[in-house]
Design a binder for this molecule. Structure first.
Ligand code: 6PG
Length: 250
């Protein structure tokens, strides 16, 4: 089950961040109204933090029951806790450090300072086990309410790089990535099958250098050209873009 891509164009990157932050706020409040808990998957890059900063500046932000929000990451650079290049560190600075989250529901991806040390494969397995432990019996992960995904100019999402041998890893919820084309070379990523276990998938993309990646993603390019095109939400697939990123669409 998946949904067709819909595109929403915003005049510029700041408006994109602000309206996406508002959209996320409403989605989390709605999910918690329905089920109490909610699950969100965060992303790195400039848009991943910009949406959180905008949500944090909203007067409505405390309509979210922060203590009952599960926070996950789509990928992480395999760096120690607190490293400024970790997605987690950047997201904490943007918002997470200033809202009353329950630490037991903040699911950071382990780094080399974690229980498995430098063994990135073991750390990826540990994250997969954590996903399963928060899932209904027998399922590999929760169904996420919102999956946020930044997109690289090469069409990558999370740490799934088009054409890279680790891109198509399957049968596990999270995987190690070696020799990433973008530094740092060692990472942990959710796999395609886990990314797809999301009610809402939102791609957040700004800038003219992303125009081709947006076109390929929206038009359903092959995995060798676009990782983004391989992921749709169960209820909604939105490309939330600025005018520059949309410039390759007709
Ligand atoms: C990384 C990056 C990367 C980023 C996208 C989108 O893991 O090396 O963080 O995956 O999320 O390139 O970045 P922007 O939101 O800045 O365009």
């Amino acid at each position: 089950m998946s949904t067709p891509a819909r595109v929403v164009v915003h005049p510029d990157k700041q408006v994109l961040a602000d309206l996406s932050g508002a959209r996320l706020l409403v989605a989390l409040v709605d999910a918690q109204a329905a089920r109490g808990e909610a699950h969100v998957v965060l992303t790195g890059g400039s848009m991943g933090s910009a949406i959180l900063a905008s949500l944090g500046a909203s007067p409505g932000r405390d309509a979210v029951d922060w203590g009952r929000l599960h926070v996950w990451w789509g990928d992480e650079r395999f760096l120690p806790s607190g490293d400024p290049d970790r997605n987690e560190t950047q997201n904490r600075e943007a918002l997470l450090g200033s809202v009353p989250l329950d630490p037991r529901r903040v699911h950071a991806i382990p780094g080399p300072d974690g229980p498995d040390g430098d063994d990135v494969a073991a750390a990826a397995s540990r994250y997969a086990a954590e996903l399963a432990s928060a899932a209904p019996d027998g399922e590999p992960s929760p169904t996420f309410d919102v999956m946020l995904l930044g997109v690289g100019p090469d069409g990558h999402i999370a740490s799934l790089f088009p054409g890279h041998p680790d891109q198509l890893t399957s049968g596990v919820a999270a995987a190690a990535v070696h020799d990433s084309p973008k530094p740092p070379p060692t990472r942990i990523t959710l796999t395609f099958e886990t990314l797809r276990r999301s009610d809402r998938v939102w791609f957040l993309v700004a800038g003219a250098d992303k125009a081709e990646a947006v076109r390929n993603g929206v038009h359903g390019a092959e995995p060798s050209a676009s990782s983004a095109a391989q992921v749709q939400g169960l209820q909604e697939t939105l490309w939330l873009v600025d005018a520059d990123a949309a410039s390759g669409l007709h």
